[in-house]
Design a protein around this ligand. Structure first.
Ligand SMILES: Cc1ncc(COP(=O)(O)O)c(C=O)c1O
Length: 423
């Protein structure tokens, strides 16, 4: 029996034991991928949704980039070490993970900057329409950028509750901007249904894939998506501040006018012409010089996905998150936790969020015991399950640690109360 095909942990025999978790790990077709990551001893890392673990392929590649390509090759490496075409090359690698063609994705800038570029470009594709539609619970930068664009171009940014998005789609809307997997709740939007409805009223859609890319399969082209963006530092494991990516469907590329008309998006940057001529295709989404070291780290990190079937990754991710929820039910009843993530596996991404009035201190106490999650104000304890490097036994051990933190009231120690800058 292949337990990874189980839709949820409700099919596991209760009470769930650590031995049952080890049995799941013994059948895990992705268990071999754990070796691809350098994780510290004694740490259970449940924060790959904020900063992915470091793939082992990265340090050697970085050493070569620094000591040979930079130190020895110097400026010649833009040509000789293929630095210049890296945004397209790495974009093509990410395209395969998000259901796009290689020439529809390019690596550039951050999510925030890419969102600015595509929102302005989308508004220009819908002259006469003045509404950018968003949702109230989106990641703040998405709302801030949409609000900033609206102010700049004289449009209106209209945010509604997530369940009202479909109803709010009408002929006034130029573009809808949504995050596919919500950063707090882990709830997943139906990309196909929302994109279809948006197109029926003539609107375009921008998908933020921050919590999707590398975490679960994504079918941008099968959903007829218009634009998407995502970061390199979460489930793609590209390192802190890794460059982001942007997707533009091929049908929108020619004629697309993005507002940050920098020289790397020019058709012939090294002619140094005073007039801007956009590059053909996805290249026009580039702005300035790419952060090469970050790109090189991201490219090396992406080899951790070599040979990985994204459907198998999804099955394992659902198995891990279902197990976590079942163990919280089993081990933590009566400790004041709520569940902010849908119980239905297909309705969530690769994270589980709990609520608790003392959430911040509990997360700090967990981190002190080597179980690393994070906290999102006001009361969310967030746990990400990167299926490439986590095991079911670790999920068991993490919940056992949480149980101990609660039963012993270890979280109430003064050192866990002081808020750090990054939560
Ligand atoms: C949904 C979402 N969008 C955007 C961002 C951040 O974007 P940027 O790459 O511009 O920092 C995050 C960061 O956690 C996020 O969760």
């Amino acid at each position: 029996m292949n337990l990874f095909n189980l839709p949820s942990s409700s099919a596991l025999t209760t009470p769930i034991t650590r031995a049952a978790c080890l049995a799941l790990d013994a059948q895990d077709p992705l268990a071999r991928c754990r070796e691809r990551f350098a994780l510290p001893e004694g740490v259970i890392y449940l924060d790959g949704n904020s900063l992915g673990a470091m793939p082992r392929a990265v340090p050697a590649r970085m050493q070569r980039a620094i000591e040979q390509e930079w130190a020895q090759g110097l400026i010649r490496s833009w040509n000789d070490a293929d630095w210049y075409p890296a945004p397209q090359r790495v974009g093509g690698r990410i395209a395969a993970l998000v259901g796009a063609e290689a020439d529809e994705v390019i690596v550039a800038d951050s999510i925030s900057i890419n969102l600015f570029k595509v929102l302005v470009a989308a508004l220009r594709l819908r002259p006469g329409r003045r509404v950018i539609l968003g949702e109230n619970a989106n990641f703040p930068t998405d709302a801030y950028v949409a609000g900033g664009v609206a102010e700049l171009v004289g449009a209106e940014f209209r945010a509604v509750d997530s369940e009202d998005v479909l109803a709010a789609l009408n002929e006034d809307v130029a573009v809808v901007t949504l995050t596919h997997v919500n950063y707090k709740s882990g709830k997943v939007y139906d990309m196909a249904a929302i994109t279809k409805r948006a197109h029926e009223v003539g609107a375009l859609v921008v998908w933020d894939l921050a919590h999707t890319a590398g975490a679960m399969p994504c079918a941008l082209n099968a959903c007829n998506a218009d634009f998407a963006l995502g970061c390199g530092y979460k489930y793609l494991n590209g390192g802190p501040g890794a460059p982001a990516f942007v997707f533009v469907a091929k049908r929108h590329q020619d004629g697309l006018r993005q507002p940050l008309t920098g020289w790397h998006g020019h058709a012939r940057p090294f002619e140094f012409s005073q007039s801007y001529v956009p590059a053909p295709g996805i290249d026009r989404m580039l702005v300035g010089t790419a952060p090469q070291l970050g790109l090189i780290a991201l490219e090396a990190a992406l080899t951790a996905f070599d040979g990985v079937d994204m459907q198998a990754l999804r099955r394992k991710s659902q198995s891990l998150t279902s197990l976590f929820i079942a163990l919280v039910d089993q081990e933590l009843a009566g400790h004041g936790f709520g569940l902010a993530t849908p119980r239905e596996p297909n309705a969530r991404g690769s994270q589980v969020s709990l609520t608790h009035a003392e959430g911040y201190a509990i997360v700090q106490a967990l981190i002190a015991r080597g179980v690393i999650g994070d906290f999102r104000s006001p009361d969310i304890l967030r746990f990400g399950f990167a299926a490439l490097y986590l095991s079911h036994a670790e999920v068991w051990d993490a919940v056992a640690t949480l149980q101990d933190v609660m039963a012993s009231a270890a979280w109430s120690a003064p050192e866990f109360m002081a808020r750090k800058a990054v939560t």
